[in-house]
Design a binder for this molecule. Structure first.
Ligand SMILES: Cc1cc2nc3c(=O)[nH]c(=O)nc-3n(C[C@H](O)[C@H](O)[C@H](O)COP(=O)(O)O)c2cc1C
Length: 202
């Protein structure tokens, strides 16, 4: 059975446009086991030196507080490892990814666990997974240098070994009602085109 990690990062929860698209994609995967994680509703704390220190701590010298941090991170990593498919709702806020998503990134990037350093550079350890990203934006950025999100998210996932990543964009949502309607319809078409081969392959 296919396992999907469904990540929501809109501050508007299920009502966010990125959330709705991601949820529609997940709903179109019959029979899949879904691990749902809403990063806005249940935020991962921001990484600080204390928390990062817990990642580096040796079991024998680990404090109870460090152990708790490690367990939180381990739980997030376990969800990723257990999934064949990652479905991410990705809003743009102030030209970047939601800080809640960045905090999650900071807790799943773990040396020796999700990536490792070698003589030839870093190697991602989470291979063989497919990711789908549903990006919602007020303005228009896709395919231009202003789209910092796509390269950043792609690069981060690749760092962990997740190189098969497909993006669907709903853009221009704040430009006008007509632009919003048209963009959401185009995003749904792109979504359906992604679902079709998946369903056939399953
Ligand atoms: C706090 C905030 C900041 C935003 N910043 C941007 C931005 O920098 N560029 C942009 O195109 N849209 C921006 N928007 C519009 C959102 O990208 C748009 O509302 C989108 O639907 C957000 O995804 P969501 O509905 O899944 O939360 C912003 C919206 C909010 C609430």
């Amino acid at each position: 059975m296919k396992t999907l990690l469904h990540l929501t990062s809109s501050i508007f929860g299920d009502g966010g446009q990125s959330s709705r698209l991601a949820a529609e994609f997940v709903a179109a995967q019959p029979g899949a086991k879904v691990i749902a994680r809403d990063l806005a509703r249940n935020p991962v704390p921001h990484l600080d030196a204390e928390r990062f220190g817990a990642f580096l701590s040796k079991p024998e010298g680990r404090s109870p507080a460090q152990q708790r941090v490690l367990e939180e991170s381990d739980a997030l990593v376990a969800e990723l490892k257990a999934s064949d498919t990652i479905v991410l709702g990705l809003p743009m806020y102030n030209f970047g990814v939601p800080s809640q998503l960045k905090a999650w990134f900071d807790h799943v990037a773990r040396a020796g666990v999700t990536f490792k350093y070698t003589d030839k550079g870093s190697v991602g350890l989470l291979t063989g997974k497919q990711a789908y990203v549903f990006a919602a934006r007020g303005g228009l950025y896709a395919g231009t240098p202003k789209d910092t999100q796509t390269s950043y998210v792609r690069e981060f996932l690749a760092f962990l070994g997740i190189t098969a990543v497909k993006f669907v964009y709903a853009e221009g949502l704040a430009i006008s009602e007509a632009s919003k309607t048209q963009s959401l319809a185009a995003a749904r078409n792109a979504l359906r085109a992604l679902v079709q081969p998946e369903t056939i392959a399953a």
